[in-house]
Write a protein that binds this ligand. Structure first.
Ligand SMILES: [Zn+2]
Length: 387
């Protein structure tokens, strides 16, 4: 038996830790449905696999499971523009976008296709994030793996994201009167949409660790619109020791001194070794440790999903993260019913030869230890100057 974060937590957090807060898992039936169309990286059945794994392991109970509400128009207009909402809703219902809509809103494109259930699915992402923040205000530690659509813009879809649900979680905390809200983005891609939403808001600090040179190309070391925007672009093939050093220095040099009242964490699983859309090579133990450290920074905490295009590593990550958040031990070898769930998954983007047999029989990765390259120290010192 083990915990995902057991070997990797770099530092003791404040006295109140995630483990002291009762956790809650947010989902919606729409997330189980196939979406995005056959040839899209998000056509994989990852959300259902997370739920099935947790159920097979007896890690979910009625009192820990909540359904995301579907927000109304007024709620969506807190961030998204009326013209975009009109265009997205009409296109989603018709399953057809005009050339003008495709051009202006990036809807109905290869990147952000139209598919059955899109409107409700996008709304459930937002509703789940608002609910997560509300539950966090009540002292729960909320996990919403259907959230994390961090590329969405007020007036445009981007990067497989139609809305931007992390923005709504942050807004909910601000609406509650909090003045120090922290956003931590651990997805392999820069959290550009959330950064743009709050770069000018003195109440919000934004930190994103992502792979250098990846889409969307923002979040470089020189991209510092203010001291509250911290971008840590790491080089390809980042290992656990490098990733955890970055987190440790981020916390030590900047975040702990902030004393944030609430934190929203986007925990995309595409930073994991084996993901087809990034070259980061972090183990799920290290990524879970980063989530634990981040959530321990504030009294109120929300953990969202995000990217994750390898269904095996993503399902194991988020199921294991839920086990960690809810204090459940993880067996070294999964029982047959749980292994069957992983065996049924498929993915065109991951070659058979690249599939680690451990992805079918276990939850916790072995750590990916390695030397810390000079570039990592350069990124830390440039992004987190002391003094
Ligand atoms: Zn990503």
């Amino acid at each position: 038996m083990s915990r995902l974060d057991e070997a990797a937590v770099p530092e003791e957090g404040p006295a109140e830790t995630a483990a002291s807060r009762p956790s809650v898992f947010i989902t919606h039936p729409i997330f189980r449905q196939p979406g995005f169309g056959a040839n899209h990286p998000l056509s994989i059945m990852r959300h259902g696999a997370v739920l099935d794994l947790c159920e097979a392991m007896d890690w979910l109970s009625p009192d820990t499971l909540r359904h995301a509400p579907l927000p109304d128009r007024d709620t969506l207009e807190r961030f998204h523009t009326p013209d975009y909402l009109d265009a997205l809703e009409a296109s989603a219902r018709a399953l057809m976008a005009t050339p003008a809509v495709r051009e202006r809103y990036n809807v109905g494109t290869m990147e952000c296709p139209l598919f059955a259930g899109l409107w409700d699915r996008a709304r459930a992402s937002v509703g789940g994030s608002i609910l997560a923040a509300e539950l966090a205000m009540q002292g729960r530690l909320a996990f919403h793996p259907g959230g994390g659509t961090h590329h969405g813009r007020p007036n445009r879809a981007a990067g497989f994201c139609y809305f931007n649900d992390p923005v709504f979680a942050v807004l909910r905390f601000l609406d509650a009167g909090l003045n120090r809200v922290l956003y931590v983005d651990l997805d392999a891609h820069h959290g550009d949409g959330v950064e743009a939403a709050f770069a000018a808001d003195e109440r919000v600090t934004l930190a994103s660790i992502h792979e250098e040179g990846r889409w969307p190309g923002t979040g470089g070391l020189q991209d510092r619109p203010s001291r509250r925007v911290i971008n840590l672009p790491v080089p390809r093939h980042v290992n656990d020791d490098e990733f955890l050093l970055v987190i440790q220095e981020l916390c030590r040099r900047r975040l702990e001194g902030l004393q944030p009242e609430a934190v929203v964490v986007t925990c995309g699983a595409d930073a994991l070794r084996g993901d087809p859309l990034s070259s980061m090579e972090v183990s799920n133990k290290a990524l879970a440790a980063a989530v634990q450290v981040s959530t321990s920074l504030a009294r109120h905490a929300v953990v969202l999903g995000g990217g994750g295009y390898n269904p095996w590593t993503t399902a194991r990550m988020w199921a294991g993260l839920w086990a960690q958040m809810s204090g459940k031990p993880i067996p070294d070898r999964l029982p047959p019913a749980a292994q069957d769930i992983l065996a049924r998954l498929s993915c065109d983007l991951v070659d058979d030869d690249d599939r680690d047999p451990a992805w079918l029989s276990s939850i916790a990765d072995s750590a990916n230890r390695g030397a810390v390259r000079a570039r990592i120290y350069e990124v830390i010192d440039a992004a987190l100057p002391i003094g």
